[in-house]
Design a protein around this ligand. Structure first.
Ligand SMILES: [Zn+2]
Length: 243
């Protein structure tokens, strides 16, 4: 018997599942980490084993349903939702040799450079490493870095990547600290996640077409969303125009 707290009475059959502390903790982590969600959805058995989570078949189905629900929400989406959190970073004093090794090992083409406080002071790309002489990241990094706040809309992020021909853009929090990175691939994935209700026009972000429309109630009314609108950018300087 349980002592102390009085359990609320509910018909929700998932309560026992959610009440489990390690499942609640796992779901919270999955909520914050889109890349981890994608991994668990793609290869649940291997991913959960690596995370040290053991579930029976019934629990696994419930967990996967909850993860899919996390990915399903009304547009628009913010930078925080699509960024890869905790990206690879360098410090200014990192050697060029070490930076080259890290980029090669992680198969990435660039990474932000941060100071002790977590603020971005530069960005290093493959181009920087081969184009500029120097022993440390500080000497070869590009210092003018375009970043976006974690509250930026998807349209805003897209406009910056397109108009400035960037391959990636760092995401910063309200304190100006690096919290993530958005690559072109992250945006391409978003294109695949857009669905539109043919009856009411409701746009939804989900991995698969939702079976029912939360706005108009129509069933099986979702089709692939139309192409994205043109990016509004200044024809002279190329900077994105706010709408
Ligand atoms: Zn609808």
């Amino acid at each position: 018997m349980q002592g102390g707290s009085s359990a609320p009475t509910t018909s929700d059959a998932d309560d026992g599942f959610l009440a489990s502390e390690h499942i609640a903790g796992l779901l919270e982590r999955l909520r914050r980490e889109p890349a981890l969600r994608a991994w668990v959805l793609t290869a649940p058995t291997g991913a959960l084993a690596t995370l040290g989570v053991v579930l029976d078949d019934n629990e696994l189905v419930q967990l996967l349903e909850r993860i899919e629900a996390l990915d399903e929400r009304a547009l628009p989406v913010t930078a925080l939702d699509i960024m890869t959190p905790d990206p690879v970073t360098f410090r200014p004093e990192t050697t060029v040799h070490e930076a080259a090794k890290t980029l090669a090992e992680h198969r990435i083409s660039g990474a932000p450079v941060i100071d002790e406080g977590g603020s971005i002071v530069g960005i290093v790309s493959e181009y920087d490493l081969i184009a500029r002489p120097g022993n440390t990241v500080r000497e070869v990094m590009t210092r003018e870095v375009v970043s976006v706040p974690d509250t930026a809309t998807l349209d805003r992020v897209r406009a910056i990547l397109v108009s400035q021909r960037l391959k990636r853009v760092p995401v910063v929090n309200a304190q100006g600290q690096l919290v993530g990175l958005i690559s072109r691939a992250d945006l391409v994935r978003e294109l695949a996640y857009r669905w539109k209700c043919t009856r009411c026009g409701n746009l939804v972000r989900a991995r698969r077409a939702p079976s029912g429309c939360p706005r108009c109630g129509a069933s099986n009314s979702y089709e692939e969303a139309p192409p994205l609108p043109a990016v509004a950018a200044c024809p002279t300087c190329g900077r994105p125009l706010d709408r």
